[in-house]
Design a protein around this ligand. Structure first.
Ligand code: COA
Length: 344
């Protein structure tokens, strides 16, 4: 390297000195603020825990008294309820310990999202992840159904099917993890949908190891058609769920994932739900049909594989759990719509 170019590099390095010093200072400020933030967080958590404990004790004392509540007691109870509600909303901005499951999967790092914007972005990312993966799986299942189906090699078909089954296992494992993080941050996803995803992982795992056999051939096309339908259904669900999320945010209603439904949002939600329901119920009937088909295959004299009857049982459980949960969701929504109309 010539002397001149060496000198110009040194000049350039020296020019960076001032900026570097600012960076070091800023970093120092940042570290101090971070330490302060941790201190304030622990202080808030300890105050909150004390407050919660005290309100609980006060409520128990009020409820424990033998005589009926006096007017003063009733007023105090109302105030306690309001204060507890306020404490819950304070809690939303503070970190909380992970559930046992999250600790087992990711270890002891904080998975609390502390602002509304972070929660919204995470949920939106979750919905987008579902959308992109569903599109890939839809294309793959269509290719499998309309092209690979006609391949002469059973080995190639089984291999391509196995990739599809593996994709489903991976997709649902990821969903379970993300949904646990969402639930940890206040999302009100019903427990059944999470259980549904665990069962789907199990089912896809069984399908993955089901050897190429007469029984597998008997069910293959039906499962591929079901796969196409399920992916199509998930696209419809995506438009409904992301529509809900977008509107709740636009309405300014999504206060830390605690939904207070506005009229405008209700109207949109009911339109979306009414459109979606027949497709969902048809999907559940398809699951029942799969269970029945597998039951008949299991009783076929050439069927040797245990995967057939176990898949039949899982499809049946999915049918029962999905249709009962969906019916309950719709009935609850109707009831809360009725009570809101009465209150108005
Ligand atoms: N998966 C993940 N999250 C779900 C969910 C599902 N299947 N169903 C609802 N949620 C979430 C909602 O996004 C909402 O989250 P938030 O608290 O963070 O805002 C929360 O759970 C409460 O939702 P809820 O009011 O009970 O229902 P909804 O109006 O959002 O959706 C349905 C109702 C029926 C459309 C929805 O539950 C659904 O699509 N269910 C069918 C799922 C299914 O059958 N999948 C398998 C297909 S065979």
């Amino acid at each position: 390297m010539s002397f001149l170019s060496q000198a110009s590099l040194t000049d350039e390095f020296d020019d960076l000195k001032e900026e570097y010093e600012t960076l070091v200072k800023q970093n120092q400020v940042y570290k101090e603020k971070l330490a302060d933030l941790k201190k304030i967080q622990s202080k808030c958590l300890s105050l909150l825990s004390h407050q919660n404990k005290k309100y609980k004790q006060l409520r128990q004392a009020l409820e424990g008294s033998d005589s009926s509540l006096s007017e003063e007691d009733a007023a105090l109870e109302k105030k306690i309820t309001e204060r507890q509600k306020s404490c819950r909303s304070i809690q939303e901005n503070l970190p909380k310990p992970n559930s046992f499951l999250l600790n087992v999967i990711v270890g002891q790092i904080s998975l609390s999202l502390l602002t509304k914007a972070e929660k919204y972005d995470y949920k939106q990312g979750y919905e987008q992840f579902k959308l992109y993966t569903t599109i890939i799986m839809l294309v793959y299942s269509l290719v499998n159904l309309f092209i690979v189906q006609y391949s002469n090699s059973h080995l190639i078909q089984r291999f391509i099917d196995a990739i599809y089954h593996f994709m489903i296992v991976w997709y649902y494992c990821t969903l379970v993890l993300r949904e646990n993080i969402l639930r940890h941050n206040g999302s009100r996803i019903k427990g059944w949908w999470v259980i549904h995803h665990y069962l789907t992982v199990l089912l896809s795992g069984i399908l993955l190891i089901w050897p190429d056999s007469i029984s597998y051939r008997m069910f293959r096309t039906q499962f591929m058609v079901f796969g196409v339908y399920l992916n199509f259904l998930q696209l419809l669900q995506y438009y409904y769920q992301s529509g809900c999320l977008y509107r709740l945010r636009a309405l300014g209603e999504k206060s830390d994932m605690d939904i207070t439904v506005a009229e405008e949002f209700q109207a949109w939600m009911w339109r979306g739900l009414t459109f979606l329901l027949p497709f969902l119920f048809f999907g559940y009937l398809f699951q029942l049909y799969n269970a029945i088909t597998l039951y008949y295959i299991a009783n076929h004299p050439d069927c040797q594989e245990w995967m057939v009857s176990s898949s039949a049982v899982i499809f049946f459980i999915l049918f029962l759990g999905n249709s009962s949960t969906l019916s309950k969701v719709v009935i609850d929504k109707f009831k809360s719509k009725g009570s809101k109309t009465k209150a108005a």
